[in-house]
Design a protein around this ligand. Structure first.
Ligand SMILES: Nc1ncnc2c1ncn2[C@@H]1O[C@H](COP(=O)(O)OP(=O)(O)OP(=O)(O)O)[C@@H](O)[C@H]1O
Length: 538
């Protein structure tokens, strides 16, 4: 390790605020000079530096047919590519034979040493697309204990998953290793393991990486060895929640490096700020075919609009129907906030459904346990906040339900992307109240169609109300406050504060509360709601 952390006195640990974790073509794709149609893409052109070159892999001959069998796979085999025998052996053991389309499109460009911004649909193998060429580069470097590959990503579950994928590819590269640094675990534990087995590949969430930069002796020297920087879920890492952390981290690592940005969604704003991380002449590789949607055609997307007071009953009805139709059901329900997630999980558990719960207020060990269990199981419903929205690869998810407003179009797409992975079929349902319908205009280019909510008969309603009444009052109070906070941070809904408060009261009534819970004055002031009638303060 460059610098000896064992001998250096550890500086006092600094406390800092950081965002909670939210909580594709032929081997030589065609280079296009103009962007394909679509209002979004037209906007992108205007904001991209002129030097950046776009590779529209979606229209290259191989990708245009969707690979040899119309799937997410290309017809190129790994053993036909310029990949080392050690990596090939690992790939073979992992069971991968052909490259996915995004892997085929990006591999030659990354191996040439170019900076790449790649867009490919969810569940199409982006992780291997950035790991494999980066590992190829690392395998040519002299043996060292510096960090040579830094993978940044927004959530802890995703960090573990990327490390697992890296270990598969590294199986025969005995001189290379991978380590994970994430929040929610003891810093000292990570410091110890980095000291005892310093690795060349580091997978990290931004906040924890900054903790190490500030508090782990020798770490900033080790990170000076970075040759490849990856921002997975790049648009999330470059949005306002994480951008400052990413800028800080980039300031610590060498300018002479290769940078790879990957995501299923690349809004114009991301291309606008991509210079923060990449060289001006980076390549934008887009494997979403011309005229195609950002979501998968094999995923049936529907929305339902119903009054808030019926949402729990409708949710129950949808789940019962899905379970009856599919014995191997595996469902993820996305909720707006951690505390609303807890509420929904508790209500559905009271209704005797097989429920697991995951969100940022759970301990990391509980999150890891639930995540591992859900990955392996069937016949299970995972109620989740956005900690599972991006990148997490749970196989065979049969249905994704999104209850209430997604934070934006990108989040809707990533959440939906937890089903329909690797060419499989899936279903998506978005459940909205009437006043949330405006969100639909942001996804109207996707194949999302209205469907009628299952009828809520009196007996279902009685059963659901009974379950809601059995949920602890404290859970409901926390959910009310979180709900208010979430919708208050939504520009459209919060424009009319009186209406917002009235809607929150409707939510409170849907939880069978007779009066709205009191909220601490300080929190009301922070929300800018201190004088709005209809709220109670404590
Ligand atoms: N060449 C390949 N052949 C078969 N399976 C593959 C191949 N490459 C990756 N996979 C598998 O495909 C699945 C999806 O990959 P991955 O999670 O990287 O998708 P992604 O595109 O990053 O999705 P998201 O946008 O949701 O993050 C994983 O289970 C991975 O192991």
């Amino acid at each position: 390790m460059s610098g000896n952390p064992g001998n250096a006195a550890a500086p006092k640990r600094q406390r800092r605020r950081r965002p909670r974790d939210a909580e594709d073509g032929s081997a030589f794709p065609r280079v296009v000079t103009s962007r394909p149609r679509g209002a979004d893409q037209v906007r992108e052109v205007a904001m991209v530096p002129a030097e950046a070159m776009d590779i529209d892999a979606g229209t290259s001959s191989n990708a245009a047919t969707g690979g040899v069998d119309g799937s997410y796979l290309s017809d190129t085999r790994f053993d036909q590519c310029a990949v080392s025998p050690l990596s090939l052996q690992g790939i073979k053991d992992a069971g991968y034979e052909r490259l996915t389309r995004v892997q085929e499109a990006t591999l030659p460009v990354i191996l040439q040493g170019k900076d790449v911004l790649a867009k490919a649909k969810t569940g199409t193998g982006k992780t291997v697309a950035f790991l494999l060429p980066a590992i190829e580069l690392l395998s040519t470097l002299p043996c060292s204990t510096s960090i040579n590959l830094l993978v940044m990503l927004p959530t802890r579950e995703l960090a573990y998953q990327v490390a697992v994928e890296a270990r598969k590819l590294l199986k025969y590269h005995s001189s290379l290793g991978v380590q994970v640094v994430i929040g929610g675990t003891k810093l000292s534990q990570e410091q110890r393991s980095m000291r005892s087995t310093p690795c060349q590949i580091l997978v990290a969430t931004p906040g924890r990486l900054i903790d190490h930069l500030q508090n782990t002796p020798g770490f900033s020297a080790r990170i000076k060895g970075v040759k490849v920087l990856v921002l997975d879920e790049a648009d999330r890492l470059l949005d306002m929640g994480f951008r400052r952390d990413i800028e800080k981290i980039i300031a610590f690592i060498p300018k002479e490096r290769q940078t790879l940005l990957f995501s299923a969604t690349v809004p114009g704003e991301v291309r606008e700020v991509s210079h923060l991380a990449m060289q001006k002449d980076y390549k934008f590789i887009n494997t979403v075919q011309e005229g195609d949607e950002e979501t998968h055609a094999q995923v049936n997307q529907m929305y339902m609009v119903a009054p808030l007071d019926l949402h729990f009953s409708i949710l129950y009805g949808v789940l019962k129907k899905h379970i009856a139709e599919d014995a191997e059901y595996k469902v993820i329900i996305f909720c707006t906030t951690a505390m609303v997630t807890k509420l929904v999980a508790e209500i559905l558990s009271q209704l005797k459904l097989n429920i697991r719960e995951i969100h940022s207020r759970k301990s990391q060990s509980a999150r890891t346990k639930v995540s591992d269990e859900f990955r392996k199981s069937k016949g299970l419903i995972l109620v989740s906040s956005d900690v599972s929205a991006r990148g997490v690869d749970y196989p065979d998810v049969s249905l994704v339900i999104q209850v209430g407003l997604p934070s934006d179009r990108q989040q809707y797409i990533h959440r939906l992307g937890r089903t329909g992975r690797k060419g499989k079929e899936g279903q998506g349902i978005l459940l909205l109240a009437h006043w949330e319908k405006y969100f639909l205009s942001s996804v109207n280019d996707l194949s999302i169609t209205e469907t009628v909510a299952p009828p809520v008969n009196p007996s279902i309603q009685t059963e659901v109300k009974g379950a809601i009444r059995r949920v602890e009052i404290k859970t409901k109070e926390s959910a009310y406050q979180a709900w208010l906070g979430y919708y208050n941070s939504n520009k459209t809904i919060s424009r009319d504060k009186s209406r917002l408060v009235k809607l929150a009261e409707d939510f409170s009534q849907s939880m069978e509360l007779e009066i709205v819970p009191a909220i601490p004055k300080l929190i009301l002031r922070k929300m800018g709601l201190q004088n709005v009638p209809g709220l109670r303060s404590s």
